[in-house]
Design a protein. Sequence first.
Length: 107
Amino acid sequence: MIAVTCRNGERFSLDPDDIERVETVPDTVVYLVDGAKYVLAGSLDSLVLAIREYRAEIVVHQHRLAGGVAEIAAQPAQLRIERRARSRDVPAAPPPSSAAPAGSDTD
C-alpha cells in the first residue's frame, strides 16, 4: 500500500494494483478499477515514485524470505555442465526392430 494525500488534505492508503489510470490535466486524478476517483495533491512523478518504491520493497522482502539479499548478491550462480552420452552431430542409430515389416515373408 502507498500513502497518498488528496487535494483536500485527507491522507489514506491505496493499493497500486487497483489503479486503472492516472490523468494529470490540470490536477492529478487517479481512477481505480472499482470506479472510484481521487484528486491528489501531489504530482504524477511523486505518485510513480511511491509506486516504484512500494514494488521495490516487495522484491526486497521476497528475496529476504528466499534466503537473504546479501547471500544472493555475494554468491555467483553455480554453472553445472553435463556431458551427453551421444553427440548431436552424429544421427542416432534406429532402434532394433523385433517385428518383421508388413508384407514380407520369412520362412
